[in-house]
Design a protein around this ligand. Structure first.
Ligand code: GMT
Length: 374
């Protein structure tokens, strides 16, 4: 098949899933055309089946905000026409699903029919999408898609709850490349961070409010009163400054390192003992899956679709959002030497259920079915 993939090219989960999906499809022999405003972060290798088309965003003094959606729709029309694509797969509804709808209508006028598959990733539904400033367009463009997928059962339910969506939504969870995300021998790294055998906690995110990074720091602060431990915070975003200030206020700076955005996050995960994800909202929790693939148990909130991945008491624990006390107790339970190895083994076993080889055929099935029906 010739597939056009539209996504955000950034470190965000939806962009990562879209890029990894495109790479996996290309390895299977499909021709994949990425249509984005920048080279996707993870589009980092050559394959003869992979193509990248940059959206040209023309600015003009009259525009306070350049009309990205129009530029994207125009690019989609151009690429579908020129590359003879079979379908468009857009990741994150805003504004990709409505831009795809517009492209589809323009192409229809030209006698070309292009089916659109929309994948809902999370905040496009649970946060931004349901805001009245976007809701009517999001509802319309989801209903106009030829097929819709969501990354968890919880997100599927939330979509039906918040929007007048009539389309069938197929749940296809996030997936992981176990060749890349596996525990690597990095003892020297562990020794440098934890010279006295301290336990190592890791959190990775885009430091947005919904991630509740302050809970990670508070849990760590409480935990450190009981056992020697260190914390690595990977990623960057709007809350980072506030979090640095919080560390100073709590006097934990010596034991916490902010590493910023990192490409090779699997190297950090390879030396971690516990991954912390206390999010307020989380449709799936790709970052937790990456940790589990590196044999790291997960201490998380029970938000959104996280419990569909992190099995309470098995691969880690899921606690009520903001419940620092329980989270600290559960962290201690996981990190207890008599429990830790078991949690690590079960985290890896669970991650294997989301191997890319198991999830890719589910997307291919949606494509085939969509093409047959349209
Ligand atoms: O987590 C984020 O804020 C980024 C966001 C995105 O769309 O880029 O991630 C969402 O999509 C990921 C991939 O499907 C999911 O694993 C994340 O759980 C989801 N984030 C939220 O729902 C907050």
């Amino acid at each position: 098949m010739k597939i056009g993939i539209v996504c955000y090219p950034t470190f965000g989960g939806s962009g990562v899933v879209a890029t990894e999906l495109g790479k996996a499809l290309a390895k299977e022999g499909h021709q994949v055309h990425f249509i984005t405003y920048r080279q996707p972060t993870r589009l980092d290798f050559f394959n003869q089946n992979l193509f990248y088309h940059e959206v040209d965003i023309k600015s003009y003094p009259l525009f306070e905000h350049a009309p990205y959606e129009l530029a994207l729709a125009s690019k989609m029309v151009n690429v579908v026409n020129f590359e003879k694509l079979d379908l468009l797969h857009v990741h994150y509804a805003i504004p990709h699903a409505s831009a795809a709808y517009m492209a589809k209508q323009i192409l229809k006028e030209q006698g070309i029919y292009i089916p659109v598959v929309t994948t809902l990733h999370g905040t496009d539904i649970t946060l931004v999408g349901k805001d009245p400033s976007y809701e009517p367009v999001v509802t319309f463009s989801i209903n106009q898609s030829d097929a819709v997928t969501a990354v968890s059962e919880d997100l599927r339910k939330a979509t039906y709850e918040h929007f007048a969506v009539k389309k069938e939504i197929v749940v296809i969870p996030n997936f992981i490349d176990l060749e890349r995300f596996k525990r690597q021998k990095k003892e020297h790294f562990k020794l440098a961070i934890c010279p006295n055998g301290e336990k190592l906690l890791v959190h990775t995110s885009n430091f947005r409010k919904v991630k509740r990074v302050e809970d990670v720091i508070h849990v760590f602060y409480e935990l450190r009163k009981k056992i020697p431990a260190k914390l690595l915070l990977v990623g960057d975003g709007p809350e980072r400054d506030k979090m640095e200030r919080l560390c100073r206020e709590l006097g934990t700076c010596d034991d916490i390192r902010f590493l910023g955005k990192m490409e090779a996050v699997e190297e950090v995960l390879s030396v971690a003992d516990l991954f912390v994800m206390p999010s307020e909202k989380e449709s799936f929790g790709l970052a937790a899956l990456e940790a589990m693939a590196c044999e790291v148990p997960v201490l998380s909130s029970d938000a959104g679709g996280i419990p569909e991945l992190n099995i309470d008491g098995v691969t880690g624990f899921t606690c009520k959002i903001g419940d620092i006390k329980t989270m600290t107790e559960k962290a201690l339970e996981i990190l207890d030497d008599k429990n830790l190895e078991g949690f690590k083994e079960r985290a890896l076993a669970r991650a294997k259920e989301f191997d890319v080889s198991k999830i890719l055929p589910l997307y291919e099935q949606v494509y085939v079915q969509t093409l047959e029906e349209t």
